[in-house]
Design a protein around this ligand. Sequence first.
Ligand SMILES: Cc1cc2nc3c(=O)[nH]c(=O)nc-3n(C[C@H](O)[C@H](O)[C@H](O)COP(=O)(O)OP(=O)(O)OC[C@H]3O[C@@H](n4cnc5c(N)ncnc54)[C@H](O)[C@@H]3O)c2cc1C
Length: 173
Amino acid sequence: MLKTDILIIGSGISGLFFAMKTAKKRPDLSIVIMTKETAKNTNTQLAQGGIAVVTDLIKDSFNKHIHDTLRSGGGLCDREVVNMVIKQAPERLRELIEIGASFDKNEKGQWDLGLEGGHSQHRILHHKDSSGQEIEQKLLKMIKKMPNIELLENHMVIDLNTETKKAKTTCTG
Ligand SMILES: Cc1cc2nc3c(=O)[nH]c(=O)nc-3n(C[C@H](O)[C@H](O)[C@H](O)COP(=O)(O)OP(=O)(O)OC[C@H]3O[C@@H](n4cnc5c(N)ncnc54)[C@H](O)[C@@H]3O)c2cc1C
């Protein structure tokens, strides 16, 4: 039977980022990432356009990004979550760059910011048209170097119970 301190399901940006940050903070804990197919078979890998982050505080602002997001969300967004995500985005971007993810710059050496639907400002950082692939690859590379993380591919979590029962998994590989 497999035992671990922390079980993470999924090897997209959220699972890998959480695993990487937790492993750094708590090297005493064991972490297992289970993912139902190959590690890179995720929506993250498919993302093309890029990441919306306020990087130009002269033309853009957190308030503009928040306003655009709430308007595009048509009343369905949780304002507090929108605030948190947008204000923390520059810091998350810095962490991605630290692990080697690269984003395109223009001839002046500034971020080559794209404009996408719903955004009133150019604020999309991208890596060519394969931003997700760039992020997924760099995160996987980092995860594989961390001794307290085990990545199990072709493991589908099919019945997750807490407290009374244990998670069942099936190996699809
Ligand atoms: C074609 C496309 C283009 C996109 N373009 C952009 C873009 O330009 N900008 C942007 O911000 N967002 C974009 N997105 C959205 C973005 O990709 C997702 O919001 C983001 O990648 C979600 O990351 P995640 O880690 O939460 O999930 P995912 O990357 O989807 O990862 C989920 C993981 O969970 C695993 N999993 C699921 N169920 C189980 C199970 N039962 N057992 C084991 N493993 C399981 C999957 O195999 C996978 O590894 C795009 C999405 C698509 C599909």
